[in-house]
Design a protein around this ligand. Structure first.
Ligand code: FES
Length: 162
C-alpha cells in the first residue's frame, strides 16, 4: 500500500492504495464516487472520463498512484452551464455515459480554447470561433453513447463553446 493525496472535487483526500488499483476503482469502490461509470474498463467507451488537473483522462486506464498530488474532478464536482445545455438539448437518454460526456466536453473545450491543433483540418490548425459540429464530433470521439444522443450532445457543447 502507498499513501497518496488527491484533491477530489475540492476536498483533500489521503488514501492508502495498492499500486495496481485504477483511479476508477479508487473513486468508485473506495471513495464511493460513482459518477464516473465503468463501461468497458479498457479505454474504449469514455464512460469513466474525469478531469485530472483540468485534462480529461480515462480513469479506468489510470493508475491511482500516478495521480498523487493531482486535482481530480468528477461529475460530482462539476457546476457548469453545460449541464443545463445537456438538458435543454436532450443530450442523453439513459444517462449512463453523461458524466463522462460532460467531463470530456469540459476538457475538450479547454483544449480547444488553449489552441490545441485540430484533428479535422488538414493543416492541423485550430479553426477560428466556435468549434464546428465536425470538430466537436472528432474531439469527442472517445466518448460513446449507445443511445445515440450525439446530435444533442454536440448542440449542447456548441451552446456553451466560445
Ligand atoms: Fe474507461 Fe470505458 S470504462 S473507457
Amino acid at each position: 500500500m502507498t499513501e497518496i493525496q488527491i484533491k477530489l472535487n475540492g476536498s483533500v483526500e489521503r488514501i492508502d492504495v495498492d499500486p495496481w488499483v485504477s483511479l476508477l476503482d479508487l473513486l468508485r469502490e473506495t471513495l464511493k464516487i460513482t459518477g464516473p461509470k465503468k463501461g468497458c474498463d479498457q479505454g474504449a467507451c469514455g464512460a469513466c472520463t474525469v478531469l485530472a488537473d483540468g485534462r480529461r483522462i480515462n480513469a479506468c486506464l489510470a493508475l491511482a498512484v500516478a495521480y498523487d498530488g493531482s486535482e481530480i474532478t468528477t461529475i460530482e464536482g462539476v457546476s457548469h452551464p453545460i449541464q443545463e445545455a445537456f438538458i435543454h438539448r436532450d443530450g442523453f437518454q439513459c444517462g449512463y455515459c453523461t458524466p463522462g460526456q460532460i467531463c470530456s466536453a469540459l476538457g475538450m473545450l479547454g483544449e480547444y480554447q488553449a489552441g490545441m491543433p485540430s484533428a479535422v483540418t488538414e493543416a492541423g490548425e485550430v479553426p477560428a470561433g466556435k468549434p464546428s459540429p465536425e470538430e466537436i464530433r472528432e474531439r469527442m470521439s472517445g466518448n460513446l453513447c449507445r443511445c445515440g444522443a450525439y446530435n444533442g450532445i454536440i448542440m449542447a457543447i456548441q451552446d456553451v463553446a466560445g
